[in-house]
Design a protein around this ligand. Sequence first.
Ligand SMILES: *Cc1c(COP(=O)(O)O)cnc(C)c1O
Length: 359
Amino acid sequence: MTRPAVRPDLAMFEGYHSPQVEVEVRLNTNEAPGPPPRGFSEAVAAAARTIEWHRYPDRAATELRAAIGRLHQLPAANVFCANGSNEVLQTILLTFAGPGRTVLTFEPTYALHSHITRISGATPISVDRNDDFGLDVGLACSTIERERPSVTFLCSPNNPTGIVEPEATVRSVLESVDAVGGLLVVDEAYGQFAPWSAVSLLEEETPLVVSRTYSKTWAMAAARLGYALGPTWLIEELDKVVLPYHLDALKQAAGLAALEFLADMEARVSSVVEERGRIEARLIDLGCRVWPSGANFILFRPPSGDGTRVWKGLLDHSVLVRNTASWEHLDGCLRVTVGLPHENDRFLTALELVLGATS
Ligand SMILES: *Cc1c(COP(=O)(O)O)cnc(C)c1O
């Protein structure tokens, strides 16, 4: 057999890597540290019993869109739902990027922005962030005006740095994007941790779309559900491109049920923020470089600068963090997700031992 050749533009493609290792303390994928409340599981179980399993689900996810819209004080026509915000981003890129077009990211940022860009057939281009991972707005805007990307990504709070993009920055980038007929996507996977949201900038005649997910703050990574908020004309275009009936009935029910527990979600966010402060302080004590985080994770560089060795040392203590040490721009850095207090203690104790072992 001659193996069928993959698309030439994907021939050298590497899949997405995020190892799922069996450990006692898992702090590597920015999930919520605990499950949603029991009432949520009970509501989903009750909904499961009423599903007409022989029928296709509501293709438009009418109720779910309306409920998400209410959460953000927007009509349902401004809401698009998909299987995780990754599918939201994929649908946006299939619709507005694709062959012959470019997509701009500001690095370092969420790897899937450029990854899905390639899958869509478009060409990723990037601008580097400053040494402190802030954005040089002048450079960002001049690049947009010169390169005229079809899609520009901002991620706020940014993964993996944790930095919240100031409102003035987003407004400036949006103006440049608008001037070249492009689209600005603001990925707010960690939006509930930030002091402001680009949702406040949405307008019918503004080329802006904001993506959100149930995977992090809603403690529902297993559900694979995310959504976009944007102008109605944009949502209509996304609806033409996404596969029909892509959102199963149980997922739609789960997404609706979750929204009944808004106060629990907000309480989880507050306790994560409190723990984040405690971890940050201790990391600084231990001599690590720490970047101020507006999310549920912290990027840090161990004093030895030898991230991979520290990562392995932590793993020996059954603590898994994200090894970003070899990522471009992130030389020697690690990213730790804020877990439950006892998990954070395990992480900090293990880190102390690993760091102590070298000095
Ligand atoms: C985790 C994350 C997502 C979430 O993707 P899902 O497909 O919704 O699980 C999206 N964007 C960023 C920046 C993330 O960190």
